[in-house]
Design a protein around this ligand. Structure first.
Ligand SMILES: Nc1ncnc2c1ncn2[C@@H]1O[C@H](COP(=O)(O)OP(=O)(O)OP(=O)(O)O)[C@@H](O)[C@H]1O
Ligand SMILES: [Mg+2]
Length: 315
């Protein structure tokens, strides 16, 4: 099986000189690059933190570009909890199971009986949790079956288990997601609990979470919108995406458990820091135009060139 990693961004020469032998570094398109090992031995889930305008959504688009270009069976659900329609460019790409633009204001205009975007987002979370649970049951059953076969002295077979395809749940705007589901969904469970469970159950069975948000503290009140630590703990790949805006010591503490970590973020557009375990790597996300962004003042040719970095649409 090829190494399961996603490209995050390029490494500046100075940073490479300092942390060149990091397990997060791999050559990518001929450049030393920061990567996220998400398969076994790596971190299955990621959290992306950064102040508004720091480049979180841009980084998520780059991650998704890597995913839709990767061969192999995959089902990716993207929830744009800010309702900003920032992932439309992936419509119809290989492996995309759904793009949900959660927007309670638009939901209010839907005819009665139409499932709302918020309920569809709640459904996507519930489905992902149910799938992670099912896959764990199958995995356990395969292990028990192997033990039963052991009684037969002639048996030399490995457990009869087919690793399933990858499942990805990508949520841009965790706090907005949780708020919208709590406030507007009639079907949502406890969002944090469900995400924690999905993270825990998904680890061994190729169900991956990517959550992006601004850094906020989880208070004890019901309406707080921070990310509780049990959920933060599941997100083993931590990324700070702030570029030249930078992170305060408090934000750095929240994202990396270290007030000084963010000092290493390259102060340039697309500047980020990734941390997995004790390994850290600063990197710069290459600029990639969001081809469907209606507000960009760019020539059509540039949009088309950016779009051509994606595979051919399948649907
Ligand atoms: N890699 C990059 N190279 C150059 N500019 C970038 C890069 N990434 C982001 N930017 C610039 O920063 C702007 C904000 O980026 P983005 O929307 O990804 O931030 P965000 O963290 O998602 O913000 P918000 O919290 O408001 O959603 C982009 O419109 C773009 O101009
Ligand atoms: Mg954003």
């Amino acid at each position: 099986m090829p190494e399961r990693r996603l490209f995050l961004g390029r490494i500046r020469p100075d940073d490479l000189a300092r942390v060149g032998d990091s397990p997060l570094v791999r050559p990518w398109d001929g450049h030393p690059s920061a990567t996220w090992p998400y398969g076994s031995g790596g971190a299955p889930h990621a959290g992306v933190w950064g102040t508004t305008g720091g480049g979180k959504s841009s980084l998520l688009r780059l991650l998704l570009r890597g995913l839709v270009r990767r061969p192999g069976p995959r089902a990716i659900t993207i929830i744009d909890a800010e309702g900003a329609g920032e992932f439309t460019v992936f419509d119809g790409m290989p492996g995309i199971a759904g793009i949900i633009n959660a927007n309670p204001a638009a939901d209010a205009k839907l005819p009665d009986g139409t499932p709302t975007s918020v309920d569809r987002a709640a459904g996507a979370l519930a489905d992902t949790l149910a799938l992670a649970n099912e896959r764990n049951e199958e995995r356990e059953a395969a292990q028990r079956a192997w033990l039963r076969l052991l009684k037969d002295p002639a048996h030399h077979r490995a457990p009869d288990y087919q690793a399933p395809g990858e499942v990805w749940l990508v949520i841009d705007g965790f706090a907005s997601f949780r708020y919208a589901l709590r406030r507007y969904s009639k079907v949502a469970g406890d969002v944090t609990d469900d995400l924690v469970l999905t993270g825990r159950l998904g680890r061994k069975v190729d169900v991956h979470l990517v959550l992006a948000d601004q850094v906020t503290y989880a208070a004890r009140t019901k309406d707080d919108d921070g990310m509780p630590s049990p959920l933060r703990k599941q997100l083993g790949c931590r990324i700070g995406a702030v570029g030249e805006l930078g992170m305060t010591a408090t934000e750095s503490q929240q994202a990396f458990d270290d007030p000084d970590a963010a000092k290493r973020i390259p102060p340039t557009p697309g500047g980020c820091l990734v941390q997995i375990g004790a390994s850290r790597m600063p990197f710069v996300v290459p600029r990639w135009l969001n081809a469907t962004d209606p507000d960009l003042d760019v020539p059509v040719g540039d949009r088309r060139a950016a779009y051509r970095l994606l595979p051919e649409a399948v649907a």
